[in-house]
Design a binder for this molecule. Structure first.
Ligand SMILES: Cc1ncc(COP(=O)(O)O)c(C=O)c1O
Length: 387
């Protein structure tokens, strides 16, 4: 079965993990710091904290940015649940802004409209969380300008775009957002099994994230209320165990060395899909903005199902019979029963995301996908839509 996404593991990854397994420390050892340094070197963040997964990274970000009940935090409906859930975890109020019709990322003009709309009702938006959907960076320049103008915090849930560049810069994420979160789930560009990180140039945010990922504990003599000896620690605030292990980090460091190569392979596959589908009226390929170099975590193909008199279910079934397992990214978050019941969102609230969802299928794309398999995916899609 050809899946839509999958990790690429080679002998060097296995060797790196085995080396840690043979050592003394499986967790809280030096491989964590090494991975953090490697991430710092690649992404250019002053502070980098590796954590248990991307959701933990988002939760810790929400806590470090002190989102609280009453705070409004805006994100896009076209994301994974975790992005919106982290707002709910801390009791803040999630709201959404629709996507731009070309980049499928949050539309800065609509963000500004929404912020002004809240302002006119005497309410202040606390933060905006952008998602570099599928590997296409948001319009971060515009979002930063809005954040500065209205005093908003800016977060980049960046895990789709590792290895992408924006305005010619692969280290763009921390230059525009106050906090950047990543996930190293196996379908992402690099993997640690489960894993994630919080990247920032703000030392206070980093210190809080480090404390809260480890139960809110501190051993720092400057922060202790009393200091009774070398064993002594204090918990001064509520925290979690969101630590990542050393063997996961060893895998992460090994994977990161290959990130550029992985992205190159993804781009080659995307190019093949582009060439195969660009001239077909009923299909719409992703069109990267000229300010970015796409990282293709996803290849979201839009199929005009109505015109083809085809249902998505039938399309999925037909591809599945041919051993091709597609996915859809995403069911717009505001359509989830939880968000409808608790926050009053309805069908029709974010029409661009909803129509994108209706037509979107994520095609298989990952570095180890064989050329023959790409050709098979193309051939089958062309046959299904012309039958
Ligand atoms: C946009 C986005 N944010 C957050 C997450 C959560 O990451 P994790 O699965 O590592 O918790 C994901 C994972 O799929 C994601 O795609």
């Amino acid at each position: 079965m050809i899946s839509y996404g999958k990790q690429s593991i080679d002998q060097s990854d296995i060797d790196a993990v085995v080396e840690v397994l043979k050592g003394d420390l499986l967790t809280q050892g030096s491989a964590v710091e090494t991975f953090e340094n490697d991430l710092h070197n690649y992404f250019g963040s002053n502070y980098t904290c590796a954590v248990a997964n991307g959701t933990a990274a988002l939760h810790l970000t929400a806590l470090a940015l002190e989102w609280q009940p009453g705070d409004i935090v805006i994100t896009t409906p076209m994301t994974f649940l975790a992005t919106a859930n982290c707002i709910v975890y801390v009791g803040a109020t999630p709201d959404f802004v629709d996507i731009d019709i070309v980049s499928y990322t949050i539309d800065p003009n609509q963000v500004e409209e929404k912020v002004k709309d809240f302002q006119s009702k005497g309410k202040k938006v606390k933060a905006v969380v952008g998602i570099d959907y599928g590997g296409h960076s948001c319009d971060w320049k515009a979002l930063r300008e809005i954040a500065d103008k209205y005093d908003l915090q800016l977060v980049n849930d960046n895990c789709h775009a590792m290895g992408a560049s924006y305005l010619g810069d692969k280290q763009y994420a921390v230059k525009y957002a106050d906090v950047v979160t990543q996930s190293y789930h196996p379908v992402k560009h690099i993997t640690t099994g489960e894993g994630g990180a919080v990247l920032t140039n703000n030392s206070t945010i980093d210190e809080t994230v480090r404390r809260l990922k480890n139960h809110g504990m501190t051993k720092d003599p400057n922060q202790l209320v009393s200091n009774n000896g070398p064993w002594y620690y204090e918990m001064q605030e509520m925290g979690f165990n969101y630590r990542i292990t050393d063997f996961q980090c060893a895998l992460g460091s090994s994977q990161l060395k290959k990130l550029d190569q992985f992205v190159k392979k993804r781009r080659e596959i995307a190019l093949k899909y582009d060439e195969s589908f660009s001239n077909i009226d009923t299909l719409k390929i992703p069109k990267p903005h000229n300010s970015i170099e796409h990282a293709y975590h996803l290849y979201p193909l839009q199929i005009n199902l109505d015109e083809l008199a085809l249902t998505k279910l039938d399309f999925f079934k037909k591809m599945n019979e041919l051993d091709i397992d597609l996915q859809v990214h995403y069911i717009p978050v505001h359509l989830q029963p939880f968000f409808q019941q608790n926050y009053g969102f309805n069908v029709g609230d974010f029409p661009i995301s909803e129509s994108f969802y209706r037509n979107e299928v994520s095609l298989p794309i990952y570095p180890d996908l064989l050329k023959d398999d790409v050709a098979l995916v193309v051939k089958n899609i062309l046959e299904i839509i012309s039958s």
